[in-house]
Design a protein around this ligand. Structure first.
Ligand SMILES: NC(=O)c1ccc[n+]([C@@H]2O[C@H](COP(=O)([O-])OP(=O)(O)OC[C@H]3O[C@@H](n4cnc5c(N)ncnc54)[C@H](O)[C@@H]3O)[C@@H](O)[C@H]2O)c1
Ligand SMILES: [Zn+2]
Length: 391
């Protein structure tokens, strides 16, 4: 991306006294320090990041903070999901305590969803809560994990099993950071973007249908629009249901099957967005099987997911482990799996599904996948279940 003369976009997240802004601007990272003025009265800022992100962006961020009069302390973590543990939280808290961070001291989460979830949770519990700001650097983090206040870490027995709802004071997004993101991570993030079109906004879905070739190449204007529109949709859904009792559940579309596949693959074969890409298509197919949407809806979703370069085939695997993994997901009510199903592009319904219907569908879907030319895109059948899936 060349540095475009794009105006700053501000997207409010209205949550009463916990309201905050999402600020979006190419090049924002270079002026990070100037954005924190209203958010803290203390000069101490802990900059939590991981080694990959630090190698690209930490020095610039520290320089900008110092220029604005802050006293930053970098906290550099190993990259990857395996860092998202209570052990890491203990290490972050150690640094904060040793450096005498106080109630008004600020944490910055400079990185992807892993860094964001860890930083938010550490901020939620240090001295019963200190302010934090999200500076997301992956597409997943810029359109999803940095907004909404879900924070936490994994446990041996389950992903995201430990955590808190704790809102950031701001989300500061510099889309230029996406230039260094590995391509696989970029493409995987597009699954979450497609999800927003399916659940609430047909016009956005049409935009994605038209612009997917440019998006795959990371073209400036469509990337800005995608981040802005995704944040608006997430903000609107979260504002209506901060603690995920009802409406916020629509954000789980694609994640019931997606999480099951991720969990069965032991969180190794597939990264999250890749599993969600399969979930987007297969949950639409299942909705069609249940008579909730037309076949054309499934085919539009399938085509868009394919054009993003994502796989859409459910792996050839037995029904029982998939059903079990779907039940381990938290969208379970009284032994049935409650799913989010498209009724058309831009609208979904939340309903339980019975075991027998899901079993019939899986058999049919796998038979079709096996016969179709796109069956080549199947991911390898997962070996065993490692941990329970949670968003
Ligand atoms: N809190 C929520 O609401 C929420 C929502 C969705 C996902 N999540 C969580 O987010 C995590 C996944 O986040 P993610 O997909 O961002 O993964 P991630 O944080 O692991 O980042 C992916 C990889 O990209 C690297 N990276 C990050 N930014 C980079 C950049 N600009 N240039 C080069 N490399 C960069 C990281 O070091 C890492 O290796 C999961 O733990 C998931 O549970 C949370
Ligand atoms: Zn997701």
């Amino acid at each position: 991306m060349s540095r475009p003369a794009v105006a700053e976009q501000i997207i409010p997240v209205p949550l009463g006294e916990r309201s905050y802004d999402i600020v979006l601007r190419p090049g924002l990272l270079a002026t990070l320090g100037s954005k924190l003025g209203a958010l803290t009265t203390s000069p101490k800022v802990g900059v939590v990041t991981d080694r990959h992100v630090a190698s690209h962006y930490l020095q610039g961020a520290l320089r900008s903070l110092r220029e604005a009069g802050y006293d930053p302390t970098p906290i550099i973590l190993p990259p990857g999901e395996r860092t998202k543990t209570l052990g890491t939280i203990a290490k972050v808290l150690d640094v904060l305590a040793r450096h005498k961070f106080e109630r008004q001291s600020l944490l910055l989460a400079l990185g992807g969803g892993v860094v964001g979830d860890i930083t938010g949770f550490a901020a939620a519990i240090y001295q019963r809560g200190i302010p934090y700001v999200q500076v997301p650097t992956t597409l997943v983090a810029q359109v999803d994990s940095s907004v909404g206040g879900k924070t936490g870490v994994d446990h041996r027995l389950g992903k995201n099993l430990i955590g808190a709802f704790y809102q950031p004071r701001a989300v500061l997004i510099d889309p230029l950071t996406l230039r260094t993101l590995p391509r696989r991570e970029w493409i995987a993030g597009l699954a979450e973007v497609i999800k927003y079109g399916i659940i609430t906004d047909e016009e956005f879905f049409v935009f994605l249908e038209q612009e997917m070739p440019a998006l795959v190449k990371l073209a400036d204007a469509p990337v800005m629009h995608v981040i802005k529109r995704s944040c608006e949709i997430k903000a609107e859904v979260v504002a209506g249901d901060e603690r995920e009792s009802d409406r916020r559940r629509i954000l789980n579309y694609g994640h019931t099957i997606g999480h099951a596949l991720e969990s069965l693959a032991g969180y190794r074969g597939l990264i999250h967005g890749e599993a969600v890409g399969i979930g987007l298509v297969q949950e639409a197919d299942l909705a069609c099987h249940m008579g909730l949407c037309a076949h054309e809806v499934v085919e539009r979703i399938r085509r868009l997911v394919q054009r993003a370069g994502l796989s859409e085939q459910v792996p050839r695997t037995a029904f029982a482990p998939i059903w079990k993994a779907m039940q381990h997901d938290k969208k379970v009510a009284e032994g049935r799996v409650v799913g989010v199903w498209p009724v058309r592009i831009g609208a979904v319904t939340i309903q339980p599904i019975e075991r027998q219907i899901c079993a019939e569908w899986l058999q049919a879907a796998q038979d079709r996948g096996h016969q179709s030319p796109s069956g080549r895109r199947q991911v390898r059948a997962p070996a065993r279940q490692k941990t329970r899936a949670r968003k």
